[in-house]
Design a protein around this ligand. Structure first.
Ligand code: CA
Ligand code: CA
Length: 580
C-alpha cells in the first residue's frame, strides 16, 4: 500500500511537471523563422528570412572556387505530373522539403536524397489555375510543414510522417480561386494570399492560427469589402465606390497570388495585389484601388497601414504582386528603412517602408510603351495615352496597340535577390511586348473575365530574358546577363560574391555578383524555373534547386515559344557541393 502510494506520488509529480512546463512541439519556432537569414545551417522559410532577400552570409563557396561545383545527388518527384517546378526547397534537421506541380509535397533525406514521404493533394477535376499547376513552396513551424493547394486549401502535415494535421478551405475554387504561393509564418500565424485574378475574384490576405488553421483575421484588398478579426467584422477596406463605378468592386480582382514579406521592425506585412478585373479598363473608370499596388498590413490586426499603387487603372494585366523586399540603406546621409519592388510594369520602385513614400522609380527593362517614367511628386506614372488598348464599340473589338512589357511582365513571379554585401538587387527580367486589344465582356461566375486578347512578341534579336544587377540608390543597371529564352526562375546571392539563377534551357548558372561574369553552369535536364537555396551541412556548403520546365510562359508563348520548343518537361531536385 505504501509502495503504491509512493508510485502514485511519483506519477502525480510527473503529471504536474507536464502541466507546469508546456510541451513544445519539436521544431522551429516563430522566433527561429525570424532569425532564418542568420542561421546558415538551415533554410526555414521562403526567401530565406522574413525580408526574403535571398542573401546568404556563406562564403565557403565563392567566385574563385564555384567552377568546381558538382552534383551531390538528385531526386525525382516521379509520377506523370511533370509540370512547372517553381518551388523553393526548405532544409531542416537533415530533411529537404519541396513542393511539386499538382499540389504535391515531398520530404527527402538532405544527405542522400532518399525519399522519406510524399503527400499528394486530392484535387477536384474542376480546379481553375490560370497559369499552370505550379506551387512555389512550403512553410515549416514546430512539428508541421504547411502548403497551399490548387483547390484553394491550406494543408498542414506532420513533418516527420507527411500525415495531415489540419486542412482548411481558404476560398471557393468553383468561383475561380486557387493558391500557389508559399505561406509566410509570422507570430504563430500562417499568412496567405489568393489566386484567381483572371476570374473576377476578390484578392484577400488571411492570417490563421498555425496550430489549428482557424482564421485570425482577413483583409480583402478591394475597397468596399469588409475585413474580419477574431470571427467578427473589423473594418471596411477603403471607401466603397471611391475609385470604382457601379458594382464592379464586387468582382474587382486584385489577387494577392504571390504571398508577402514581413518586416519585424515595423510589424508590417507587405503584399502585392494583382490586376483589376476585367482586363478591359474602359469598363471600370477610376484608379480601382487597391489593385496593382503594394499594401502594408498590420500583422496583428490586418489593418492597412499604407498603400502604393504602381499602375492606377491598369489596362495591361500589370499585376503589382511582385515581392516587396525590405532593406536598410543610407540615402542622402540618412539611415532609412526602405523596400524595393521590381514591378511587372517595367519600373523598379524604392519606397520608405515605414510610410509608403516613393523614394525612386527606374525603368529596368528595354521599353515601356505605356508610360514615360514615374512622377516622383505624385508617385503616378506619366501615362502615354496611345499605349492603352482602345475601347470596343458594340460587338467590335477595340483598337489594337503594341505594348511593352507584355502582360507577362518586365518581371513576373520569379523572386529577385538583394546582396547586403554588394548593395545590389539582382532582378530576373524579360524584354518582350504584345499586341493587345479589348473586347466586350460580362462577369460570369467561374469563367475567365478578361475582355481582352493578346499575342506576345520578342522585341530584341538576341534575348528575351535578362538578369540585371540594379543599384537601388541610383537606379543604374550595373551589369546584365542576357538569355535567349525568357527567365522564369528565382535568384540567390551569397557573400561568396555569387549570384545563382536558372534558365529554361536547363541550366543552373552562377555569376560574379560584382561583374556579372558567368562562372559556372550545370545542365539539369529540364528548364529551371525554381528558386535556388544554399546552406551548410556537416561543414560543407550546399546549393539546391528544382528543375522542371513549365509555368505561364509555355501556355501563352506566341512567337516567343520558338526559344523553348526543344525543352523537355521534368521534376527533379538537384543538390550541389564542392568535391572534398
Ligand atoms: Ca537559416
Ligand atoms: Ca493577372
Amino acid at each position: 500500500m505504501k509502495r503504491r502510494f509512493s508510485h502514485f506520488l511519483a506519477g502525480l509529480a510527473a503529471a504536474t511537471a507536464l502541466v507546469a512546463t508546456p510541451v513544445l512541439a519539436e521544431g522551429p519556432t516563430s522566433a527561429d523563422l525570424m532569425n532564418d537569414a542568420s542561421s546558415p545551417d538551415d533554410v526555414l522559410s521562403y526567401g530565406m528570412g522574413p525580408w526574403q532577400q535571398r542573401f546568404s552570409s556563406l562564403d565557403t563557396l565563392n567566385s574563385s572556387n564555384v567552377s568546381r561545383l558538382v552534383p551531390a545527388f538528385a531526386a525525382s518527384l516521379g509520377g506523370e505530373k511533370q509540370r512547372g517546378q517553381e518551388a523553393q526547397p526548405l532544409v531542416y534537421d537533415g530533411t529537404i522539403y519541396v513542393t511539386g506541380s499538382y499540389s504535391r509535397l515531398f520530404a527527402f533525406d538532405a544527405r542522400t536524397g532518399e525519399k522519406k514521404w510524399e503527400y499528394n493533394a486530392r484535387l477536384p477535376d474542376a480546379i481553375m489555375p490560370c497559369c499552370d499547376v505550379v506551387n512555389r513552396g512550403a512553410a515549416i513551424h514546430g512539428d508541421k510543414v504547411i502548403f497551399a493547394t490548387l483547390d484553394a486549401h491550406l494543408v498542414a502535415l506532420d513533418r516527420k510522417t507527411g500525415k495531415v494535421i489540419w486542412n482548411k478551405k481558404t476560398a471557393d475554387y468553383q468561383t475561380g480561386y486557387s493558391a500557389t504561393a508559399a505561406p509566410l509564418i509570422v507570430k504563430d500565424m500562417v499568412i496567405t494570399g489568393n489566386s484567381g485574378g483572371e476570374f473576377g475574384i476578390v484578392g484577400e490576405v488571411q492570417a490563421r492560427n498555425v496550430d489549428t488553421g482557424e482564421l485570425v483575421w482577413s483583409r480583402p484588398v478591394i475597397e468596399g469589402h469588409m475585413g474580419t478579426l477574431n470571427g467578427k467584422p473589423s473594418t471596411m477596406t477603403g471607401k466603397q465606390g471611391a475609385t470604382w463605378t457601379g458594382d464592379l468592386w464586387k468582382t474587382g480582382g486584385g489577387a494577392t497570388w504571390l504571398g508577402g514579406t514581413y518586416d519585424p521592425s515595423t510589424n508590417m506585412l507587405f503584399f502585392g495585389t494583382g490586376n483589376p478585373a476585367p482586363w478591359n479598363s474602359h469598363l471600370r473608370p477610376g484608379d480601382n484601388l487597391y489593385t496593382s499596388s503594394t499594401l502594408a498590413i498590420d500583422a496583428d490586426t490586418g489593418e492597412i497601414k499604407w498603400h502604393y499603387q504602381t499602375t492606377p487603372h491598369d489596362g495591361w494585366d500589370f499585376d503589382g504582386v511582385n515581392e516587396f523586399i525590405p532593406f536598410d540603406a543610407t540615402v542622402n546621409g540618412k539611415a532609412m528603412k526602405l523596400g524595393a519592388k521590381a514591378d511587372r510594369n517595367g519600373y523598379f520602385y524604392v519606397l520608405d517602408r515605414t510610410n509608403g513614400k516613393l523614394i525612386g522609380a527606374h525603368k529596368f527593362v528595354m521599353q515601356t510603351t505605356w508610360a514615360d517614367g514615374i512622377n516622383l511628386k505624385t508617385g503616378r506614372p506619366n501615362y502615354i495615352e496611345q499605349g492603352r488598348p482602345g475601347a470596343p464599340s458594340g460587338a467590335e473589338k477595340g483598337k489594337v496597340v503594341f505594348s511593352s512589357p507584355s502582360f507577362l511582365g518586365g518581371k513576373n513571379w520569379m523572386p529577385m535577390a538583394y546582396s547586403q554585401d554588394t548593395g545590389l538587387f539582382y532582378v530576373p527580367s524579360n524584354d518582350w511586348g504584345m499586341d493587345i486589344w479589348n473586347e466586350p465582356i460580362a462577369y460570369k461566375k467561374g469563367a475567365a473575365y478578361l475582355g481582352a486578347g493578346f499575342t506576345i512578341k520578342p522585341i530584341a534579336e538576341d534575348h528575351i530574358g535578362a538578369l540585371r544587377a540594379m543599384d537601388p540608390k541610383t537606379g543604374k543597371i550595373v551589369w546584365e546577363y542576357k538569355n535567349p529564352a525568357p527567365l522564369w526562375g528565382g535568384v540567390l546571392t551569397t557573400k561568396g560574391n555569387l549570384v545563382f539563377t536558372g534558365t529554361p534551357e536547363g541550366y543552373l548558372k552562377a555569376f560574379d555578383a560584382k561583374t556579372g561574369k558567368e562562372l559556372w553552369k550545370f545542365q539539369t535536364g529540364s528548364g529551371v524555373v525554381g528558386s535556388p537555396i544554399t546552406w551548410t551541412q556537416d561543414g560543407e556548403q550546399y546549393v539546391a534547386v528544382m528543375s522542371g520546365w513549365g509555368g505561364a510562359v509555355p501556355l501563352w508563348g506566341g512567337e516567343v515559344a520558338k526559344t523553348f520548343k526543344e525543352i523537355s518537361q521534368g521534376g527533379m531536385l538537384w543538390v550541389f557541393k564542392l568535391p572534398k
